[in-house]
Design a protein around this ligand. Structure first.
Ligand code: FE2
Ligand code: FE2
Length: 187
């Protein structure tokens, strides 16, 4: 009896790992198909040097938000434009600075309020953004940024962003290795 229960537990765990693996495989397929230009760009790569929450680098946070946005759309059966969803999610925190660094010249306490606008400005400079992608970036902090999202893709990203941010803040999802230490050492 006990053996059966343990077997059941083991199978559930294997199933969970299999699902996560499939989800990641699908994500990397979508990233390659729709966003290889962003993934390979110098500026997007540089976001791995900035911490989002806890020990999580911004780059990985954005990739996680893309993955969770897709997962939520599938779970709830919400049809959407996957290309815009993925690109918008990758660029939603494209503010390109360390928001924890109080010595930064343009440091201000209201990062949460201002960074969607900064991310949008940076992303618009480098990419030809669609109206949906702009809405995703601009509204991802809703309800902090009062005006609600106008499209499904933006609703998905703002939901996924909150989910990922909570896990990171509670340290239930951590960056690989000692990212924070590495960043501190390298200045
Ligand atoms: Fe953000
Ligand atoms: Fe975010």
């Amino acid at each position: 009896m006990k053996g059966e229960t343990e077997n059941g537990k083991h199978n559930k765990q294997v199933e969970k790992l299999r699902k996560r693996y499939e989800q990641k495989r699908e994500l990397y397929r979508l990233l390659k198909e729709y966003a290889s230009d962003i993934m390979e760009s110098e500026n997007f790569r540089s976001t791995r040097n900035y911490i989002q929450h806890g020990t999580m680098p911004v780059r990985r946070h954005c990739i996680d938000v893309a993955r969770q946005s897709i997962a939520i759309s599938k779970l709830l059966g919400i049809t959407c434009n996957e290309r815009e969803l993925v690109r918008g999610a990758l660029l939603h925190d494209y503010f390109l600075y360390d928001w924890h660094d109080k010595t930064r010249e343009n440091y201000q306490k209201l990062h949460g309020f201002y960074h969607p606008g900064i991310a949008l400005k940076n992303a618009s400079r480098e990419y030809n953004l669609t109206p949906r992608e702009k809405d995703i970036i601009k509204k991802h902090m809703w309800p902090l940024t009062v005006v609600p999202p106008l499209c499904r893709e933006a609703w998905l990203v703002t939901t996924a962003d909150k989910y990922c941010s909570i896990l990171e803040t509670l340290k239930l999802r951590k960056g690989a290795g000692r990212t924070r230490e590495r960043i501190r050492v390298s200045g």
